[in-house]
Design a protein around this ligand. Structure first.
Ligand code: M6R
Length: 364
């Protein structure tokens, strides 16, 4: 049931601190602050390549995971949407890990890609929320998320739980490859276990976001910009807004702005900039200023330091708690989800059952 909530989507957004904590319990051992997997003796040390395949929001989780696999484990990653994967004659060397990400575990394209990868001699890892699903049954390495049933068509809590599992998997792979010292491992465990509290803190900004939503609801189109792991989050923000509010939205890598999309900028196209302070902040801010110089209205989602530095001149700012970069994608998902939700509510669309969409896409 929806409990006190008006829609399943908002209920599921609010469940995130609890379900992420629940999910992490199978991947972190707090007794000695070490990482673990549901199948602890699964040998990852020989993996030389990871192929990630998924659709929609689950694909964006995979896109974020690519940064982690490369950064921590130094393992090359192939990434594709499932509906393209099989048809581009992918070069898959035997002995790799093929990783499929799916809330439902039944998405037809992803399942077909899984079967193709098995024929190509890959080990099959599956991050899935429905434990009885086809993908769960066909996995060599089953990596469950414990988000509980997700009813809203727009995926929210499944996404943040996927991110939690993928961060833990990337760190496990790094350890198996001898690239994670025990100190690094303790640090990863510590950062991941801070995610639930940080998600809670992020949820506290719902009222600010409601205010921003009133402006965004009037827009002709919306752009989302981010760099690094915030780039897939920009894509996810745009997808979420399109799905439930029917406003056209695009996500871009912030640096790609000036290669075309900047032509769209005027006062009727709000630009949502996702930019926690840190390594990539200055670069993203300069892209944001390019937007502002052309009369674009910016909503900056950052932490206190980032907003102090770059928040003036924005249409609105949304302050996130200051968190470690590893968990930033989980935390910054919250304002992105809440914004889409409140824009849809403002417009009066059917939030949980948007037109033309099905929760589980079982045709190719
Ligand atoms: O069940 P799956 O994770 O395999 O579903 C994949 C996509 O169909 C799904 O994420 C879709 O994009 C959602 N409606 C996004 O909110």
């Amino acid at each position: 049931s929806k409990g006190n909530h008006r829609h399943y989507m908002i209920k599921e957004i609010y469940e995130q601190p609890i379900v992420v904590a629940q999910t992490l319990r199978s991947y972190l051992q707090r007794i000695d602050d070490t990482l673990t997997l549901p199948i602890p003796d699964f040998d990852l040390s020989a993996i030389r390549r990871v192929t990630i395949v998924a659709c929609g929001t689950s694909f964006y989780a995979g896109m974020i995971a690519r940064y982690w696999f490369e950064q921590f484990a130094r393992v090359p990653v192939d990434l594709d949407v499932a509906s393209e994967f099989r048809y581009r004659a992918p070069v898959i060397e035997p002995g790799g890990l093929a990783l499929f990400i799916s809330q439902s575990g039944e998405t037809a394209d992803t399942l077909a890609a899984l079967r193709h990868a098995r024929k190509e001699g890959q080990k099959i890892a599956v991050v899935v929320n429905v434990p009885t699903s086809s993908m769960a049954r066909e996995a060599d390495l089953l990596l469950p998320t414990y988000a509980g049933p997700e009813i809203g068509v727009a995926s929210t809590k499944a996404f943040t739980c996927q991110l939690a599992v993928l961060a833990a998997l990337a760190a496990n792979l790094a350890r198996a490859k001898g690239r994670l010292t025990p100190e690094d491992e303790h640090a990863v465990v510590k950062h991941l276990s801070e995610a639930p509290a940080a998600l809670n803190a992020a949820l506290a900004y719902e009222d600010t976001i409601k205010g921003v939503a009133a402006d965004v609801a009037m827009a002709r189109g919306v752009l989302y910009l981010g760099r690094g792991t915030d780039y897939p989050l920009a894509l996810e923000g745009a997808l979420k807004l399109k799905e439930i509010s029917y406003i056209h939205a695009e996500g871009y890598a912030a640096g790609e702005m000036k290669h075309g999309p900047i032509a769209l900028i005027d006062e009727n196209v709000p630009v949502i900039v996702i930019a926690p302070s840190g390594r990539l902040f200055e670069k993203t801010v300069s892209n944001m200023q390019e937007v502002q110089a052309r009369g674009g209205k910016v909503v900056l989602i950052s932490d206190y330091d980032g907003i102090q530095e770059a928040g003036s001149g924005c249409l609105a700012t949304i302050t996130m708690p200051k968190v470690h970069p590893l968990i930033a994608p989980l935390v910054y998902s919250v304002p992105v989800q809440l914004l889409a939700y409140h824009v849809a509510v403002t417009k009066g669309t059917d939030v949980d059952q948007p037109r033309n969409l099905a929760k589980s896409v079982t045709v190719e």
